[in-house]
Design a protein around this ligand. Sequence first.
Ligand code: NAP
Length: 296
Amino acid sequence: MSEHERKLQAGLPQPPSAGQAMLPAATYEGKVILITGGGTGLGKAMALEFARLGGRIVIASRKPEHHVQGIAAIEAVGGTAMAVSMDVRYPEQIAAAFDAAAAAFGTVDVLINNAAGNFPVAAENLSPNGWKAVTDIVLDGAFFCSQEFARRCVAAAQPGAILNILVSYVNGGAPGHVHIAAAKAGVASLTETLAVEWAPDGIRVNSLSPGLFPHEDHSADMRSQRPEGYEAEWRRIPALRVGRTHELGWAATYLCSPYAAYLTGHNFILDGAERLRRSLRMPEFVPIRDQIPKRS
Ligand code: NAP
C-alpha cells in the first residue's frame, strides 16, 4: 500500500467534499457577514461557506489585492461580496467600514474576527514593535470590531453573532509564538466576558480554534516552519490528517446560525486532537532558540 493510500485509509475520515451544503440553502439569505481578513486563507474559506448559504459578504482588510482575490472567489461560487479598506487597529476605520457595509448591504448581522499577523520568533528576540503589531491586530482589533458591531446591533434592536478565530494552543501557549498566544488568550477572555454582557441584547459571542489548516495564502514566514510543506504535517496529528478549510467554514456557519441560538461563550476546537497529543516518552527537548534562527 502506498503512503498516499495509507493516509486516506487510516485516521479520521476525510470530510464530504467542498461545495456541499451542511445547513439549509437559505440559512443566511438577507444576512450580512463582515469578515476581517476575509480575502485570504481561512477568512476566505469561511466567507465561501457563508456565501453558499445566501449571505452577503463584507471583506474587511488593508490590501486591495486581497479584496480582489476574495471577491473573485466568492463570486465564483455564485455569492455576493464587497470589500472595505480597514485596519483593525484603528477604531475610526472600523466605524467607516461598518458604515460602508450598512450603506451597501444593510446592518451587519455576523462579525468574524479573523484578522491576524504572526511570525515565529524566540521570545527574547521579539522586538517591542513585533509584540505590539501582533497584539494590536489580534487583541485590540477583535475588541474594537466587537464593540462597533455590538453598538450597532443594540441601536438597531437587532440580534447578532460574533465569532472569534483563535488557535488550538490558546490554553497552553506556544513556544515561538509568545505574542499571538498571549493575544489569542486575551480574545478567549473577551469571548466569555462579552457573551455575558451582550446576551441580554441578543448578541452571541463564540470562538473557533483551528488546528492545522493548510491553504495557499500562508506567508513565507509561516511556511518556513514547515519545510516539508503543510500537507506533510498529517504525520504529527492524531487524526492522521490536516484540516480541510471547508470543514472549518462549515463549523463557522453553524456557530453563527440560528441553529446555534442558545450557544454563547463557547470555544469550539477543530484540530483532530492535535492539542491533546502526548507521548509515552516525550521526544528530547529542544529549546525554541535552537529551532528558530534569530531574525536580523
Ligand atoms: P492569513 O492568510 O495570513 O490571513 C490573515 C488576514 O488578516 C489577511 O487577510 C490580512 O489581510 C488580514 N489582516 C492582517 N492584519 C490586518 C489588519 N491590521 N487589519 C485588517 N486585516 C488584517 O492567515 P490565516 O492562516 O488565514 O489565518 C486566519 C486566522 O486563523 C487567524 O486568526 C489565525 O491566527 C487563525 N489560525 C490559522 C491557522 C491555520 O492553520 N492557517 C491555524 C490556527 C489559527 P490584509 O493583509 O489585506 O490586511
